[in-house]
Design a binder for this molecule. Structure first.
Ligand code: DC
Length: 224
């Protein structure tokens, strides 16, 4: 399998288990995992810290030269670094979740993130998860997966995940945030969230992470 290392694109709505799947695939195949959502979250955190309005496209764009995002490998998966500061946990907070979709609509932000993602993804054997990987970042990826799951299941999973890191957020607030992000992400004019025509749709509502991994590994193995 190592002779034929490919690019795997994992896209889908918010909290559909994309990062769980992408991380597990990368581990099983010994591939590099790139969490592209973390990059938009890091830009959002920096914008908020600078006191800039996330809806002010020009002001946000002017911050970009001062933002350096990279990933550091760690036992539990890659850690996001914003200007050399570990922000992996901080970027999952609700203030960032609330503002990340408006930031991700800004074309200058997308241009910079996509350029960096293509650069990082040039390595042989990489799994990227996001919203536009199969449509824009790597439209020629040999394997494209598009995840979906029932909204209530997504809310439950997200709440559990937040609770595990000590964040108590109501189901109502999580539901509102997921719906709002899905709406903004799929209606923005620059690279909206879409299933690529050649992506395989996976509804994981009734699949455990292990079952989902097995289904997807079988797809990957059939293609390489
Ligand atoms: O995957 P995530 O929930 O951490 O992503 C956070 C936000 O970043 C998401 O609501 C939309 C944006 N995003 C994007 O526009 N394009 C990507 N490739 C990844 C994320």
């Amino acid at each position: 399998m190592s002779a034929n290392r490919i690019t795997i694109a994992v896209d889908g709505y918010s909290s559909c288990g994309k990062s769980t799947l992408a991380r597990a695939l990368a581990q099983a195949l010994d591939y590099l995992y790139i969490d592209t959502g973390a990059m938009y979250r890091a830009v959002t955190l920096y914008t908020l810290e600078q006191g800039i309005d996330p809806h002010d496209w020009n002001a946000v764009a002017s911050l970009l030269p001062s933002i350096r995002i990279r990933f550091e490998s760690a036992a539990g998966g890659p850690i996001t670094l914003l200007n050399d500061r570990r922000v992996e946990d901080r970027i999952r907070n609700m203030d960032v979740s609330r503002n990340v979709s408006p930031i991700a609509t800004i074309p200058a932000v997308r241009r910079k993130m996509v350029e960096q993602q293509r650069e990082m993804g040039r390595a042989a054997g990489v799994v990227l998860d996001g919203r536009d990987i199969g449509t824009v970042v790597f439209p020629n990826a040999p394997v494209k997966l598009f995840l979906t799951a029932d909204l209530e299941e997504r809310v439950c999973r997200r709440q559990k995940q937040l609770e595990e890191s000590g964040k108590e957020i109501t189901a109502l607030e999580i539901r509102r945030n997921l719906l709002e992000r899905d709406y903004i992400d799929s209606t923005r004019s620059d690279s909206p969230l879409r299933k690529a025509h050649d992506a395989i749709l996976i509804d994981n509502t009734n699949l455990t992470p292990i079952e989902q991994l097995a289904v997807c590994l079988a797809i990957v193995k059939a293609r390489i």
